[in-house]
Design a binder for this molecule. Structure first.
Ligand code: PHE
Length: 357
């Protein structure tokens, strides 16, 4: 009995886990366990033998049972200690976002463009996105019957029944800011006006809301030559190349005369855009000398002042510079897209720091 006792006490003391302990319990004091079998043999003993063996076996059974219970709770405590150690958490630490947000490419490019023009003395101007049709059209020399009105796929606001006033429009371009800025500041003036514009159009390269940046420079002796220099400086800085070739193609806008659409020399070799080399041309903006009617709408005297204006698609140049194929994805708010194409929040574009760092 002493051997039995010693064997089980040792085995229990060394049991590594609760499963082993349960095994030992069955082997020792289970229904068919060694101690239980010994107890069954008591029946075959003489009364004297039984008087000695009975209490001894019972004492052994109790001892084994309490050894099992003690070991079980020791194992449970050890498991709990281990969990407390591994799941330890300092709730007093300051919170920390798992991922920082990113700057949308439109915001990034707007900042880049603004930094470049600010360096050339242009201030940023703004105007409302819901415009009167006078600012959006008439003031810009686009009268009621002009085909440009139809071409712009304009969104009109609703007027109450019987209200004869012309409806407001979601501005179809940033050009109305030319008028508002001239009215507010007079001449001379040098502004750029980035912002949202709206046209009913939807495909790979068109969304009903998109972004333009307007430029306006009015002074006493501003010419197309100044326009050309400013745009060349802009394109070099924006696409981060030393040399560019611009092509001015005669065009027509009601609000400029003469008018030109501007292309940049580029190559699409291997499917990637390279600005400044190659045999392709890429249209990036519309421009021209501000029409005298437009100056008059802005209360600026066309006999004294003249200047240039241009309008450029921000989304378009963002797609080109950062190789983003589908415009519609810009406005889907898809987190994976934003993380892929977004910019680190603290990388504010500056000319000194390198724009697209
Ligand atoms: N407003 C024109 C457009 O949306 C662009 C433009 C602006 C052209 C200024 C000439 C001068 O297409």
């Amino acid at each position: 009995m002493d051997d039995l006792r010693q064997t089980y006490i040792d085995l229990i003391a060394n049991a590594p886990d609760e499963a082993t302990l349960e095994d030992l319990r069955l082997r020792a004091v289970g229904k068919k366990g060694e101690i239980s079998l010994k107890m069954r043999e008591l029946g075959k003993m003489t009364a004297e033998e039984r008087q000695v063996a009975g209490p001894a076996l019972n004492a052994l059974k109790d001892e084994i049972n309490s050894a099992l219970a003690a070991k079980k709770s020791a194992l449970e405590n050890a498991a709990l200690d281990e969990r407390l150690r591994s799941e330890w958490l300092d709730v007093t630490l300051p919170s920390r976002p798992r991922r920082a947000g990113t700057i949308h490419p439109i915001s990034q490019v707007t900042e880049e463009v603004s930094a470049i023009f600010a360096d050339m003395g242009f201030a940023v101007a703004e105007g409302p996105q819901i415009e009167s049709d006078w600012y959006n059209f008439d003031a810009l020399n686009i009268p009621g019957h002009h085909p440009a009105r139809a071409e712009m796929d304009t969104f009109y606001t609703h007027r109450a029944e019987g209200d004869e006033r012309p409806p407001h429009v979601l501005r179809t371009h940033t050009s109305p800011v030319q008028i508002r800025s001239m009215q507010d500041q007079g001449a001379p003036i040098r502004i750029i006006a980035p912002g949202r514009v709206y046209r009913a159009d939807y495909d790979m390269t068109h969304t009903p809301m998109f972004h333009q940046i307007e430029g306006l420079a009015i002074d006493k002796n501003i010419s197309m030559a100044n326009l050309k220099w400013v745009l060349e400086e802009f394109v070099k800085a924006f696409f981060e190349v030393d040399d560019v070739e611009l092509r001015f193609r005669a065009s027509h806008f009601p609000f400029t005369e003469p008018s030109a659409e501007v292309d940049i020399r580029c190559s699409w070799e291997g499917g990637t855009l390279k600005v400044g080399e190659g045999d392709d041309w890429l249209e990036i903006l519309g421009s021209g000398m501000v029409h005298p009617h437009v100056l008059r709408s802005g209360n600026v005297d066309p006999d004294v002042w003249q200047g240039f204006a241009f309008g450029m698609g921000i989304d378009r140049i963002a797609m080109l510079k950062y190789g983003i194929p589908d415009l519609r994805a810009f406005f889907d708010s898809d987190l994976r897209w934003l993380r892929h194409y977004g910019f680190a929040a603290l990388d504010v574009p500056t000319l000194r720091g390198g724009l697209s760092r």
